[in-house]
Write a protein that binds this ligand. Structure first.
Ligand SMILES: Nc1ncnc2c1ncn2[C@@H]1O[C@H](COP(=O)(O)OP(=O)(O)OP(=O)(O)O)[C@@H](O)[C@H]1O
Ligand SMILES: Nc1ncnc2c1ncn2[C@@H]1O[C@H](COP(=O)(O)OP(=O)(O)OP(=O)(O)O)[C@@H](O)[C@H]1O
Lengths: 229, 229
């Protein structure tokens, strides 16, 4: 059973601690505000109120035995930094630290921290992508301007088979899978469920409520969307 | 040229406004704190200091002509809610609203808001996945327990070809692409660059620093990682 500690129980730390615990991991949740510790104590194995910049208090929690420690402190960068330095001195196996803005990331990199996260930035960029290109539902950016995107079926392509559309031949795109909405009657009320069609055959016909998930270069994806709007 | 407004310039709103502007969109950035407006004014088309719960002030900015408006206010849920109600009354085409926690999401859904985002939750869940499964680099969750994941090449599989590994035949997984690290000499100093190998052939050999990107069911992905640790 893996053991994790999460320091700082704001929205970000809380989400990590709760998800890890729900997936069966042993979680030690730490915050210097009593009401945060009270809020989470029934959902995790251990919840402790302490100031993570206090080395003796951290040691007393056997923090170095954790498989990983997440530092999710937000506004107070000094406390975040000091906590991170203490964890490195205690030789914790894996440290994941939150940062906001380029300067904070640079300082943490200089300290030898490899796993740095900026939740706001990561989602901020993803949302901007979706706003700029309304037919893109989500995207996973990859090196060399490749990406994996979920695209709402363009109007021009509804009721056509995948062979007729020719994703690879005409647009240099690779289909991964298809998401389709089904109307289901539950307790007499119509409801919508979304399902994945595994690896679709080339004879599959696209419906207007489908979403296709493709892999390819960003400029090929943009061209595909523009031509078939 | 698309036109967007971003209301609330905390870490989340700032990241969205900056990314949209860098990608060439026209952005109107709004906050009720003067110093936030000062901070962003050189990076966006327009930056205005106003209280977004003031209907007259919002109307004066021609906010209903925007292609989309993002409400990124954080701590003050009342202001977030009132702003959202005003935008719906002004019949803005597309409204994207931030929420933290299930209750806020439920209230916004009752108001007919379709695009609701929780940056901390979204990243919190992704981080928990990566902590629980150290060989998973990133993952895109899909319906029916399918997912697309980046997996570090398991030790057992280095120096073997994709045919020998038999992703589809033995594990029911579909390879999308491969990420490979290359050592490059720049100005006399060794540096690492990561590249995508497009759609690899079945004779491609996996190196220990490669990352494979696959599509399949979560339980098949977990089985693949466990067997080849
Ligand atoms: N020295 C410390 N020791 C332990 N916990 C701390 C310390 N300093 C701050 N925290 C806790 O870290 C949590 C997150 O920090 P903070 O509220 O500053 O960030 P935030 O940006 O509002 O968080 P989020 O965006 O995740 O909601 C808070 O609950 C706070 O009590
Ligand atoms: N009525 C309002 N009109 C305009 N701006 C507002 C209003 N209320 C709050 N804001 C602004 O919204 C921004 C984000 O809100 P807040 O600081 O409460 O959230 P936060 O959770 O700290 O943000 P983040 O996590 O994005 O850093 C702030 O810059 C704040 O000034």
């Amino acid at each position: 059973e893996s053991k994790f500690a999460v320091i700082g129980l704001g929205r970000f730390g809380m989400a990590i601690a709760q998800t890890l615990s729900q997936r069966g991991a042993q979680v030690l949740a730490i915050d210097n505000r009593e009401e945060k510790v009270e809020e989470i104590k029934d959902e995790v194995a251990y919840a402790v109120c302490l100031d993570s910049t206090d080395a003796k208090a951290l040691k007393a929690q056997n923090i170095k035995d954790m498989d990983a420690v997440v530092v999710a402190i937000g506004e107070n960068f000094e406390a975040l930094l000091l906590t991170t330095v203490l964890l490195k001195e205690l030789e914790v196996k894996r440290i994941v630290v939150r940062a906001s803005g380029k300067h904070q990331v640079q300082i943490l990199e200089k300290l030898g921290i490899e796993e740095i996260l900026s939740p706001e930035n990561r989602v901020g960029i993803a949302i901007a992508e979706q706003l700029l290109n309304p037919s893109i539902v989500t995207s996973l950016q990859l090196p060399d301007n490749y990406e994996i995107v979920e695209i709402k079926t363009p109007k021009e392509l509804t009721n056509r088979t995948l062979t007729e559309i020719g994703l690879r031949a005409k647009y240099n795109l690779n289909l991964i899978t298809l998401k389709r909405e089904f109307q289901i009657k539950k307790n007499g009320v119509m409801d919508t469920e979304t399902h994945i069609l595994g690896v679709p055959s080339s004879e599959t016909v696209l419906y207007d409520s489908d979403t296709i998930i493709v892999f390819g270069k960003s400029k090929d994806i943009e061209r595909f969307i523009e031509i078939n709007q």
